[in-house]
Design a binder for this molecule. Sequence first.
Ligand SMILES: Cc1cc2nc3c(=O)[nH]c(=O)nc-3n(C[C@H](O)[C@H](O)[C@H](O)COP(=O)(O)OP(=O)(O)OC[C@H]3O[C@@H](n4cnc5c(N)ncnc54)[C@H](O)[C@@H]3O)c2cc1C
Length: 394
Amino acid sequence: MRIAINGAGIAGPTLAFWLQKSGHEVLLIEKSPQLRSGGYVIDFWGIGYDIAERMGLIPQLRELGYQVKEVRFVDSHGRKNGGFSVDVFHRLTNDRFTSLRRSDIAATIYNILDGKVETLFNDSIAEIEDRGNCVHISFDHAAPRDVDLVIGADGLHSRVRRLAFGPEKEFEVPLGYHVAAFEIEGYQPRDDLVYITHGLPGRQVSRFSMRDDYTLFLFVFRDEYLPDDYPTSDQQRKSALNRIFADVGWECSRILKGMENASDIYFDSVSQIHMISWTKGRIALIGDAAACVSLMAGEGTGLGMAEAYVLAGELHDSGGDYSLAFAKYQELMMPFLKRKQESAAKFASSFTPGSARGITIRNFVTRLFSIPYLADFFVGRDLRDEIILPNYEV
Ligand SMILES: Cc1cc2nc3c(=O)[nH]c(=O)nc-3n(C[C@H](O)[C@H](O)[C@H](O)COP(=O)(O)OP(=O)(O)OC[C@H]3O[C@@H](n4cnc5c(N)ncnc54)[C@H](O)[C@@H]3O)c2cc1C
């Protein structure tokens, strides 16, 4: 089949990899002029790790990754007041856990396509007309084409979803927070392999020292701190973060000063996507476009890769019956994704507590992680992926 995939992030190129292995003719479309760089750091484990292993990617991912040792919460003077050793994650996942830039994993997946998949950069599917026997798609720039299937892998704010299923507000469930991230070079101090977080109720900033003297900063804050005019440019985002974090203490004034040299500030709502159906006619959604779990799950990347693997596998097994494949893909993955979304939504208030009491409780609980059976009790369930992925003969 001729299959067009809108979005070359994580899920799109993973799907392209498995589809081209089955002999399909794949077209990837990416709105950025090249693969997106920078961004933020993700934890990578679970079923996504298993899929990456089946794709032969683990050696590269581990080389690019960071084996984080400690998550540390600090007070406004930088004194440790909570946190835990990341050993618990390594133990519970049999050391199948690493942390790396989202852009590094995206590039690693894209690179194994090895030029075998046609990619249109700086373009996007602009119109979709399902004609029954094919789908007629037009683009922002390229000439229109007819394809057999269209897949939306274009993230939380998916255009394919909007074009084929309806406006974003029908599916977006904001969790009440916003997130911002950027990297700067030469920031001091550095604490290698330690993820350090300081917060006041409803506002929290973290830093993580990266290779080549870069430091990643992640800000999470409750939506009530957003300015009336939603910030869209880097300059507006910097002004908003300056206002929101000016009085948060710890290293905030130094971080905000360093931010002046940062470009490409990631800034978005912490939201989930809830849908009743991920498919319609010859069109299907995967990854964040279909079922964004939000950063609170710490697993969206791997889940997107698993959805891609299953969709490609079902298309392979169905021998061209895409309706059957779409139905089986959804039947297998949707209940699992719903459970992941529920536990991520519950975790949001522990990730960034809204009260001083909430911060104290979170810090206390994380100190208990040094006792193995308590650590297993608190994080074990969320670290287990209760699903068995089929072995497709691709
Ligand atoms: C701050 C933060 C921290 C996170 N931490 C983790 C973590 O620890 N672990 C984890 O596993 N996940 C984490 N996630 C989630 C993870 O990043 C996503 O779930 C994952 O990237 C989803 O992959 P995707 O391919 O569906 O979408 P994306 O990675 O968003 O890729 C979508 C692609 O589509 C492109 N695109 C968008 N619109 C169009 C268009 N109109 N036309 C063409 N192309 C388009 C984009 O440029 C992009 O390349 C985190 C997310 C955030 C925001």
